[in-house]
Design a protein. Structure first.
Length: 155
């Protein structure tokens, strides 16, 4: 969540509707044309949005042309400074929890290298039960804590 982006936008790669229930296709001009589609949605104000590298979102003529054809949405609402601060605090907590899991993940990868494994470890974030599995074919580790809202990831 950031300034210049609708607070209901939840990403349209995996979601068909935003958190306000608006179907992305209904507010996107030329929804079936993939090229420039992101700029034709009203969810991100690309004319004022800056990425982590500081570059403004409208980086070329094609992007500006698509932005000028963007759709509209009556649910568009920018987050308040307080909402952004709350979101960033929640993301920091989630990141801090995940960082606690790195040692457990490394231990499982080392102990079960080359073999598939499923088991339960103590959750380093809350002390509860952390259900984990390790895949022999790619070495990825999956985990989910039984405590609601605690650790959960998939590599």
């Amino acid at each position: 969540m950031k300034s210049g982006t609708c607070k209901f936008y939840n990403g349209d790669y995996h979601n068909k509707c935003c958190e306000a229930g608006v179907p992305y296709r209904s507010v996107t001009t030329e929804p079936d044309r993939i090229d420039g589609k992101a700029f034709r949605k009203p969810c991100v104000q690309w004319d004022k949005w800056r990425g982590e590298n500081g570059h403004i979102g409208l980086h070329n003529d094609a992007a500006r042309e698509n932005w000028n054809k963007r759709g509209t949405c009556d649910k568009y609402t920018e987050p308040t400074k307080e909402e952004i601060a709350d979101y960033e605090a929640e993301m920091k907590k989630a990141t801090d929890r995940m960082l606690l899991a790195l040692n457990v993940i490394a231990k499982v990868k080392k102990e079960h290298k080359g073999q598939s494994w499923k088991g339960i470890e103590e959750c380093p974030a809350c002390g509860g039960k952390l259900h984990m599995s390790h895949a022999a074919y790619n070495g990825h580790v999956w985990g989910k804590c039984e405590t609601e809202g605690c650790l959960s990831w998939m590599e």
